[in-house]
Design a protein around this ligand. Structure first.
Ligand code: PLP
Length: 393
């Protein structure tokens, strides 16, 4: 795997320290400078190659699975997965610890699918033992849905632990791996799951426009007739694609072309492992630098994902998030507001065409921004640290 050669944004274009859309390579953007006929054999071949390459990423167990792309943002693909793969008489346990888990529960209500929720609040991880208890207590629960990396706090949920428990209880696991797939291993022969969902503009570093579900073929075959939406019917999309090689409705042709280029770069970097190493290094360099400035992370190291990190806002009255955001932007970095309910926070993403040199520049920009605002200390309020101390070891 070797050091990836990165392709920085052109002069004047800021880095997006956000969890998608993110900073893509110039070659990926350039791949969009051609028009494709959606029915043409060249584009059909591209779709087939894309599906095969995505399947390869789940490792040796991939033969039992198939990959179905779906137009729209990631949420469209999540809704397609839930509405198509969950039978109408199913009952699902939804594990929630942030905004994306909440969105899944809300989608279940729209879909009118029976469900129960374990809600751990803003950033406590759901754990295997409590899932085991819930599944033992209610034998009518047939499925479990888990968010892999909960992007709203940046927590890396214990996916292997929960998958083992769900498998041991004989239930079916669906994973929202939107912000993790492509950078964190999710091998089908190691983690027992039935379906995962991700999108073009996260760790594969494509541009936004479609998502994809990787599901067991047996589950796809059994899903005929489940969906109540035509455009989001994953079975219908799959069946049509298998038969004709085409997307049912207008595909995001330029986005797919860009994604093929992004996939080639992903492979050149050493695949999932190589990409994961770069992101983890980005996180480590950035977090160490921010801590040197006095900032504190919401999460203890064990739960920090290599995707995005939440920091507490400093308690110093001179600190103002909007001013901090503008000061960072003027230095070429777009950061992300926080999504916590209890304390003020902001987030810095580690994914996209960035390496540790960029992350050191991010820290330098943060230092300058604090000075410009007259912030003497980046320390968070005591209440935030007390809240953090509640986090399980
Ligand atoms: C990005 C993301 C989604 C999808 O969000 P969209 O804005 O619809 O692309 C879903 N789940 C998680 C965990 C995400 O990070």
């Amino acid at each position: 795997m070797g050091q990836a050669k990165l392709d920085p944004p052109k002069l004047g274009e800021p880095y997006l320290l956000t969890p998608g859309p993110l900073t893509t390579s110039y070659a990926t953007k350039q791949a969009m400078l051609r028009d494709w006929g959606s029915w043409d054999s060249d584009f059909r071949a591209m779709t087939a190659a894309m599906r095969a390459q995505l399947l390869e990423m789940i490792g040796p167990g991939a033969d039992d699975f198939d990959c179905v792309p779906m137009q729209g943002s990631g949420t469209f693909a999540v809704e397609a997965m839930l509405g198509s793969l969950l039978p109408r008489d199913s009952k699902t346990l939804v594990l929630v610890n942030g905004a994306y888990g909440q969105r899944i529960a809300k989608t279940m209500a729209y879909l009118n699918r029976d469900h129960v929720v374990i809600d751990k609040g803003d950033y406590m991880p759901p754990r295997g033992d409590e899932v085991a208890v819930a599944l033992a207590a209610d034998t009518s629960i047939s499925h479990v849905v888990l968010v892999h990396c909960e992007t709203s706090s940046g927590i890396l949920n214990p996916v292997e632990e929960i998958a083992e428990v769900v498998h041991a209880a004989g239930r079916s696991l669906l994973i929202d791996s939107m912000s993790a797939f492509g950078a964190l291993e999710l091998q089908a022969d190691k983690v027992p799951y039935d379906a995962i969902v991700s999108s073009a503009n996260k760790c594969i570093e494509g541009v936004p426009g479609f998502g994809f579900v990787i599901a067991r073929k047996a589950m796809l075959e059994a899903s005929n007739g489940n969906a109540q939406s035509l455009s989001l019917d994953l079975f219908d999309q799959w069946a049509a694609m298998e038969k004709t090689g085409q997307w049912r409705f207008t595909p995001p042709t330029h986005v797919v072309a860009a994604f093929m280029e992004a996939l080639a770069q992903h492979r050149a970097e050493g695949g999932v492992a190589g990409r994961g190493v770069r992101y983890a290094n980005n996180r480590d360099v950035m977090v160490a630098g921010m801590r040197d400035l006095g900032f504190e992370t919401l999460l203890k190291d064990r739960w920090l994902s290599p995707i995005i990190v939440t920091f507490f806002c400093p308690t110093d009255p001179a600190f103002d998030f909007t001013r901090f955001y503008d000061a960072m932007k003027s230095r070429g970095f777009i950061i992300y507001p926080g999504k916590l309910t209890v304390v003020d926070s902001f987030r810095i993403g580690c994914i996209g065409q960035m390496d540790e040199a960029v992350m050191r520049d991010v820290v330098a920009a943060a230092r300058e921004s604090l000075t410009e605002m007259g912030v003497a200390s980046a320390a968070p309020p005591a209440a935030a640290l007390e809240e953090r101390a509640r986090l399980a070891a």
